[in-house]
Design a binder for this molecule. Structure first.
Ligand code: FES
Length: 100
């Protein structure tokens, strides 16, 4: 866990999942911050096979895009640095296969 623990007050703890893996975050922080704190830095794979993850942290570069999966199983792409953690949130990292 890569978090500063002293002299910090955080929101309530929440659990969300990415690729089936449970991740703990705190209300008020972004998905990207919670993933980084948990040690998960690779959020997608480029068409060339390289790993991509948090870069600008302000919604410009789109390197941190993940898929948000809704209750019906549909998904849409969101920059994880612009998405706040919430209890039960289901995510999938993006891997390009066959050029998609
Ligand atoms: S890190 Fe650049 S949009 Fe999220």
């Amino acid at each position: 866990m890569l978090r500063i623990d002293s002299h910090i007050s955080r929101g309530p703890q929440v659990t969300f999942r990415i690729d089936g893996q449970a991740i703990t975050g705190h209300a008020g922080e972004t998905v990207a911050a919670a993933l980084l704190a948990s040690g998960l830095r690779r959020l997608r794979t480029s068409p060339g096979g390289g790993g991509r993850g948090l870069f600008c942290a302000m919604g410009v570069c789109q390197e941190c895009v993940v898929e948000v999966i809704d209750a019906a199983g549909a998904s849409h792409a969101v920059a994880s640095c612009q998405l706040e953690v919430s209890e039960g949130l289901e995510l999938r990292s993006r891997t390009f296969v066959d050029g998609h």
